[in-house]
Design a protein around this ligand. Structure first.
Ligand code: TXA
Ligand code: MG
Length: 316
């Protein structure tokens, strides 16, 4: 049976909680991308989540929590983590911290690591679900592992509708790129994944941010080793114009099949990126993408494009 797409009424939030309590899988909107939620305490539910996404079980999940107090019972929030949480939660920031003795997130969700990734989302539907559920929900992006993340309920239905239980429709995601992930265990946090929260904003709270791209000793995230975000079509990056047969994904004024942002706004481009890649992928076998400047969210957009382009043409 195909998972129903339902509006986030109080009745449907209660229904979603009942499904999660029984070990089921519910897609929920967040301000970044749609997540596929499961009870973080329930190993069987988490195992089903990995299997549904075809996700390698060495790649740990993010535990979503409703309050910073709840976060502090799952992980140890040291000084830098507390400062970051106070500034950016709720919002598109994930903090990797040491597990707390009272942790409820199961080992499988953490891929057996002694750390846990915590995120307090801002989207009202995610907040309503977390408040109603009263326990952490793991929620990876609601797409098969390696493919393009969903930014609309219909994307989730197309990718996973046959294998999950319910899709809460919260409309299109406002940010469109996944959360920024920091390893906050040391005095100087390390950037594990660039994302919707601009690193320049983070630098205002933490004076130094370690980056594995420039620091060989900085910690790395298992997920960053994987190919990701891949359309079926071949992707050619930094293209000033399309070759014959290619769709052109533009940025800034000028002719394009689709334009990430005619006014060259990187926030707008981030919001459009995944949906436009999906649309072009459905109608073309080759996509040329305009150069995206490296300032602001451009870093996260280029990160996604690079990993999408390094994927083999055939889906795994
Ligand atoms: O915006 C987001 O973060 C979305 C929404 C749904 O919240 N979620 C998301 O989850 O992007 P996912 O599973 O697609 O990406 C989670 C990333 C992976 O790269 C994983 O390796 C990393 O978080 N991660 C999770 N736990 C970790 C840990 N303990 N240490 C290092 N990296 C970790
Ligand atoms: Mg993902």
């Amino acid at each position: 049976m195909t998972a129903p797409i339902v509006p986030p009424t109080p009745e449907n939030i209660s229904h979603a909680c009942a499904i999660l309590d029984a070990g089921g899988l519910v897609a929920m909107p967040t301000e970044t991308v749609y997540g596929l939620a499961a009870d973080a305490r329930n190993t069987a539910a988490v195992a089903r989540l990995y299997a549904t996404k075809n996700r390698p079980n060495f790649n740990p999940l993010i535990a979503h929590i409703a309050t910073t107090t709840q976060a502090a019972s799952e992980g140890v929030l040291n000084g830098p983590a507390q400062a970051l949480a106070a500034q950016f939660w709720p919002g598109p920031l994930t903090l990797v911290v040491e597990t707390a003795p009272t942790i409820s997130v199961c080992d499988l969700a953490r891929a057996g690591l002694d750390s846990v990734a915590l995120r307090r989302p801002a989207h009202p539907v995610a907040v309503a679900l977390l408040n109603a559920f009263q326990a952490p929900l793991v929620a990876p992006s609601a797409n098969p592992s390696g493919q393009i993340s969903p930014t609309r309920a219909e994307h989730v239905a197309a990718d996973l509708g046959e294998t999950i239980d319910l899709i809460l429709d919260g409309g299109p995601c406002a940010a469109g790129l996944e959360s920024t992930i920091l390893d906050a265990r040391a005095e100087h946090p390390a950037l594990l994944r660039s994302g919707s929260l601009d690193a320049a904003d983070i630098l205002r709270v933490t004076p130094r941010l370690r980056n594995p791209k420039t620091d060989p000793n900085a910690p790395r995230s298992p997920g960053q080793l994987l190919r990701h975000y891949a359309p079926r079509a071949a992707l050619r990056l930094n293209a000033n114009q399309p070759n014959s047969g290619e769709a052109y994904l533009g940025f800034g004024p000028g002719p394009a099949t689709l334009n990430l942002s005619e006014r060259a706004d990187l926030n707008e481009a981030a919001r459009h990126l995944f949906a436009m890649l999906r649309t072009l992928d459905a109608s073309h076998t080759a996509i040329a993408v305009a150069p995206i400047p490296m300032r602001g969210l451009g870093e996260a957009i280029n990160d996604r494009l690079l990993r999408a382009a390094s994927m083999p043409k055939e889906r795994l």
